[in-house]
Ligand binder design. Sequence first.
Ligand SMILES: *Cc1c(COP(=O)(O)O)cnc(C)c1O
Length: 355
Amino acid sequence: MLLLNPGPVTLTERVRRSLLQEDLCHRESEFFNIQEEARTRLVGVYDLDPAQWQAVLMTGSGTAAVESMIASLVPANGKLLIVENGVYGERITQIAAQYHIAHEVVKHEWMQAPDLARICAALDADRAITHVAIIHHETTTGRLNDLRALGEACRARGVQMLVDGVSSFGAEAIDFADTSIAAVAATANKCLHGVPGAAFVVVRRAALANASSRTYYLDLKRLATLQDQRNTPFTPSVHAYYALVEALRELADEGGWQARHARYAALSEQVRAGLAARGMASVLPKDASSVVLRAFHLPAGVDYPTLHDALKARGFVIYAGQGGLSKELFRISTMGDIHAADVERLLAAFDAVAK
Ligand SMILES: *Cc1c(COP(=O)(O)O)cnc(C)c1O
């Protein structure tokens, strides 16, 4: 079965085999070697200076990392502005509400790009705002939100950015030199090609100084402090860490995030062109879309469950639109161990199904 959903991904044999290493006690030096290699390689994905940046690991899915970042990095007297243009932005608002974090929302329709003028007006109207939360790749629609322009607006106002990079870290450009970026949250099992269970926040060390401690298990500062001392507060998902390290070695061997970006770009273009030729247009224009995932209009007269089940019977798992979008579109991600020949077979399966 080939997974074309946005994580968990189809694993390479190399990463799959890495799960079968020896049993490890998480209080032994062998485990801390693994933890350290993962953290060092994560900071290295975007060539960051370890004196300024730190990768903080935790056990959980991508949402755990996002929740840890939001609950920890908005200080007790801080205020968060959330940019919503899809399910994942809305999730951050729910997290902020759950922790009683002071927040405002700039809400957009799911199909819209963030409106910088509205965001700037919201920042200017409320000088109490200290942080802006934004989804980099809004997986709801496949849109890549523009961090560069938002970063500029934040820098001009002394506001810090908290970025959900869960479905972009490792495959899209992230300008960590932008001094407004305080942290990026992500996970092992999307563009990095690991397994679910290990998530992380790449955080500016300086941003941890004002961290608050609203959550026990996901307390970013405590995790960061202990991991810097080759320690861990709880039992981590040891096997997921094995896989993450192997996936990061593989990413480096293959040429890093830039090579992965190029590979995804070629595959997603192959999918786009193939489906367009079969009458299924992509929902967003190419320059608005990530290379990681694209959304397509359902073929005329075929509903999603029918399309999904017919493709699954042929070995492909595609992904539904979220909420009301499930009646309009489907999504295809080309992250994971997917190659051009797989896309050819996928398109042939569409021929059998949607004609
Ligand atoms: C996948 C994803 C998440 C987290 O989802 P989990 O199911 O918790 O791994 C968060 N944000 C974005 C943008 C995502 O694509």
